[in-house]
Design a protein around this ligand. Structure first.
Ligand code: ZN
Length: 240
């Protein structure tokens, strides 16, 4: 007789608990669909209205479409301008870029003559930069004079090693060297190495600097290396 009332109480408690829990559980699911439904309606409403008024929306859409293109058009000009500024500033500021080795010549005046054919089936493997005889020839980068050489084809030439010794720069057809220029001399980017001329096999009527960039082998021999096209390097489009 003691257990019966307590069992009844327990049953009532369980029933109450179930009732309350069921209410709580029911409230939530019913609230969520309601919210979801309102969300769907909110989403559906805008979708419906453009679709409902396609003709009217078309003129609106045309008005709206031109709006994004201006923003898109506005965006590209910014990157080119931003990229143009660094590239324009780079040759002047960054020692990582090669200086154009003929004074007064801009990169837009350069012509890519790297793959031009030369006598005896040779490839040019260089860039020719035309300039009046006597125009200063400038070091494209820091480094040192490895070799001053007077060759049949190149005339008066300078072989410059850059500091790591992995690359060499070759300047040919010089009219003369800068005063005091000597082998093993350290040189700075922009330093005058000599003057444009037409020594060697260059056409006397078209004085120019013949300029090459070499990737040296492990033996670091000034007369031996793989030719790299100086054109993109001088234009700041590539770096060594
Ligand atoms: Zn040449």
């Amino acid at each position: 007789m003691k257990t019966l009332p307590s069992l009844a109480l327990l049953a009532v408690a369980v029933a109450l608990g179930y009732w309350m829990l069921r209410d709580a559980v029911q409230v939530r699911p019913s609230a969520i669909p309601a919210a979801a439904a309102s969300g769907e309606t909110a989403i559906a409403t805008p979708t419906v209205s453009p679709a409902a008024a396609p003709a009217a929306a078309q003129s609106q859409a045309e008005a709206t479409i031109p709006a994004p293109p201006p923003t898109v058009a506005d965006t590209p000009p910014t990157p080119p301008a931003a990229s143009a500024e660094p590239t324009a500033a780079v040759p002047a500021n960054s020692a990582a870029d090669l200086l154009i080795p003929v004074q007064g010549v801009t990169r837009d005046q350069l012509q890519d003559t790297f793959t031009d054919a030369r006598s005896q089936g040779r490839r040019h493997d260089a860039i020719d930069i035309l300039a009046p005889a006597g125009t200063p020839v400038l070091a494209v980068a820091d480094g040192s004079v490895e070799k001053l050489f007077d060759s049949e084809r190149g005339g008066l030439t300078v072989y410059q090693f850059e500091p790591s010794g992995r690359y060499a720069y070759y300047y040919a057809h010089l009219q003369s060297y800068a005063d005091g220029l000597a082998e093993k001399q350290p040189i700075r980017r922009g330093q005058v190495l000599g003057y444009v001329g037409s020594t060697g096999n260059a056409d006397p009527g078209a004085p120019h600097l013949h300029f090459e960039v070499h990737r040296l082998g492990p033996e670091r021999q000034w007369w031996k290396g793989e030719s790299l096209n100086p054109y993109p390097l001088l234009r700041g489009e590539q770096r060594l």
